[in-house]
Ligand binder design. Structure first.
Ligand SMILES: [Fe+2]
Length: 276
């Protein structure tokens, strides 16, 4: 038993530094024709600080250079100085965020929302660093993204603030979207999908992207996860007219280990389908 635990621990530590690039193609009927093949990079939970260092994100940026996405979304928990209960914040991580965000946004249109750790540690500082780095800040905000090859077609990007540490305003995010528009909503916390479906906002949100869960981070076979239900932990699931994709993100909290929960860069290609 001791040997088994030791092997699992060793595997968990080595897995923690391994980042997969996972590629998907999702179909949408509301996607404008000129956006058929549009490539979205989904990043989350950098948690730069205690375990993930700024230089670890260089690999992520190298992978973006290979994948050449049309847009990059960064879904919060950018920093992690320490577990929340220690109430500790290290300001040097803000510089790391500026550096990383500036590198990404210099190459790709980039948008971000805050996560719970960002708001706990330095909400205003993170927001300023995001904007100063040329990254669109989408907490309870929205933007129209026009296709450079066809300026008559556009899609809608919006975001909500973190569910646990801020006030979410879905109305502010999607109020100017019609049911026929193609719309992507960013949310750090995937549980926002409940508000989307309860208020019938799923008609206005084609794709929701979330992080926060680290895909459970440590998934021991036959053990029940005390934090997340399987449906709210990782991957793609449809809720009414909204497809929710939850990424496992990059970093870690509490302990520097991942088990059965690889870190990932998710690359989603949008594909138009015509319904007769
Ligand atoms: Fe989080």
């Amino acid at each position: 038993m001791f040997i088994l635990c030791f092997v699992i621990l060793l595997d968990s530590i080595s897995t923690s530094k391994h980042i997969e690039t996972n590629r998907y193609t999702f179909d949408f009927k509301d996607l404008p024709s000129s956006f058929d093949g549009f490539k979205v990079a989904v990043l989350a939970d950098f948690q730069i600080g205690l375990y993930t260092k700024e230089k670890d994100i260089d690999y992520v940026i190298d992978q973006l250079d290979v994948e050449k996405p049309d847009v990059v979304f960064i879904l919060g928990d950018h920093i992690y100085s320490a577990p929340h209960k220690f109430n500790y914040y290290n300001p040097k991580h803000l510089e790391s965020i500026k550096n990383v965000f500036s590198k990404i946004s210099s190459k790709f249109p980039t948008y971000a929302v805050n996560g719970n750790h960002d708001n706990w540690e330095n909400k205003d500082g993170i927001i300023k660093a995001t904007i100063d780095s040329g990254v669109g800040f989408l907490d309870n905000r929205h933007v129209w993204f026009t296709n450079q090859n066809n300026i008559n077609e556009r899609i809608h990007f919006s975001g909500v603030a973190d569910l646990d540490t801020d006030i979410i305003d879905i109305q502010a995010a999607i109020s100017n979207v019609s049911t026929n528009d193609f719309s992507i909503l960013l949310s750090h916390n995937p549980k926002v999908i409940t508000s989307i479906t309860n208020k019938n906002y799923d008609k206005y949100v084609d794709l929701m992207l979330a992080g926060h869960t680290h895909a459970g981070q440590v998934n021991i076979p036959f053990m029940v996860d005390p934090f997340f239900k399987p449906a709210h932990k990782y991957g793609l699931k449809n809720y009414g007219d909204t497809s929710l994709y939850i990424t496992s993100g990059i970093g870690m909290v509490l302990l520097p280990i991942r088990f059965n929960a690889n870190a990932e860069i998710a690359i989603i290609t949008l594909q138009k389908i015509d319904l007769e």
